[in-house]
Ligand binder design. Sequence first.
Ligand SMILES: NC(=O)c1ccc[n+]([C@@H]2O[C@H](COP(=O)([O-])OP(=O)(O)OC[C@H]3O[C@@H](n4cnc5c(N)ncnc54)[C@H](OP(=O)(O)O)[C@@H]3O)[C@@H](O)[C@H]2O)c1
Ligand SMILES: N[C@@H](CCO)C(=O)O
Ligand code: NA
Length: 449
Amino acid sequence: MGVKLGILGLGTVGTGTVQLLLDNLGRHPLLQEIEIYRVGVRSLSKPRTVELPEGVITTDLESIVTDPAIDIVVEVLGGLEPARSLILKAIRSGKHVVTANKAVIARYGDEIFTLAEQAGVCVMLEAAVGGGIPVIQPLKQSLSVNRIHTVIGIVNGTTNYILTKMQTEGSSFEDVLADAQKLGYAEADPTTDVDGLDAADKIAILASIASGCRVDLSDVYCEGIRQVSKTDITYAEKLGFVIKLLAIAKKITPSLSSPLSVRVHPTLVPKEHPLASIYGVNNAILVEGEPIGQVMFFGPGAGAGATASAVSSDILNIVAALKTEKAINEEILKQELENKPTSKIALHNQLLTARHQEDCQIAPITELVTQFYARFLTKDQPGVIGKLGTCFGTHGVSLELVVQTGFQGQLAEIVVVTHDVREGDFRKALTEISTLEAIDSIPSLLRVL
Ligand SMILES: NC(=O)c1ccc[n+]([C@@H]2O[C@H](COP(=O)([O-])OP(=O)(O)OC[C@H]3O[C@@H](n4cnc5c(N)ncnc54)[C@H](OP(=O)(O)O)[C@@H]3O)[C@@H](O)[C@H]2O)c1
Ligand SMILES: N[C@@H](CCO)C(=O)O
Ligand code: NA
């Protein structure tokens, strides 16, 4: 039996996937049953690093998603359109879909999974989060009997690379970003990565899969890393932390019906925490559930080979299911020929499809309870620390640590770390503090893991 693929896109991920599928010896034998039937691209004249038979590559993407011969459509175009419309059209045409497109799934997952459920097809997305790291399928299958209460990820390689360089070389955000762009690690327009938007897409997806309910992207609180300074990295280091851009989905109370807090922000991570030692472009996702405890997934979050591994394993899961379906239907056909009453079955493996149908209850950021790190620039006069302490105390904010080690010009620099506090209370205290005559500015405000 040959399973026919229509691949949309032959860029980094598409090329890596085609290479892996063509070079299939020594891998799972089911790969040998896959035929790369059509590949859709934008430009026919662009040089390609993979060789495909004449006529396989086309610019007519619509004809791929509606071709009756094709079993699985692999969407590795990127961007919102035409990716979304092609995915929907493929599903309407009864195709199973594999995608690496976190932007489309985070925004239109609702529409896509509802339609897939109606059509009885699978939409698989392992490469969309954590690139090559298996995390979507483990959450859907191996961990699905657990009550997952926390998912914390370093899910954006670009920002982890920038923060790592700032930490190890003492460079500024702007200098490291410029270097990363020269080396091709960061995009010419770095907004999606450095402002946390890519990580927000990814945690919306992880939160939905881990919790079994749908998370709307607009409910994900998001701060990027532009405001993280060399000064804060140095203070964090002295206090026993590293700064990481974390994507977090966490129940705010232990109860089963607790709302979820879903957020992306730079965070002070204690040096001994497993996520503190994830350096460079690597990704890691820590999952906590009952009864399993903590599990951490680590590896390459991007790159041709890594994403090809994820995309191809999604394809393989569908091929295996199709093969079972075909064997059963052949048996049914045999019985029909023997005049026994039968009906054909369609593939509906609940561990491959999405189970989230209801919307999640999301806690507003003001309800978050966390520790904070804040840095103040103040006039160098007696009683300033006392006034800060009084304002915090009035709003029920208890301080774990207050340090004044340096000056910036004429201004004293004071750093505080709070105990756990409700974010809404902390913000009220800061509003009052910012009106104090002795306070020049509050250059940094970071949460502590
Ligand atoms: N790169 C990674 O490491 C990585 C990791 C995880 C997830 N992803 C996701 O994987 C997806 C693909 O990323 P990529 O890095 O492989 O992108 P890419 O290198 O830019 O490749 C995009 C491919 O899609 C084709 N394409 C784009 N728009 C098209 C259109 N309107 N009509 C026809 N063809 C079109 C391009 O055709 P031409 O070749 O003719 O230009 C190209 O082959 C994205 O959703 C991305 O977020 C990527
Ligand atoms: N821009 C992403 C690529 C993989 O999604 C990153 O930096 O991690
Ligand atoms: Na993955």
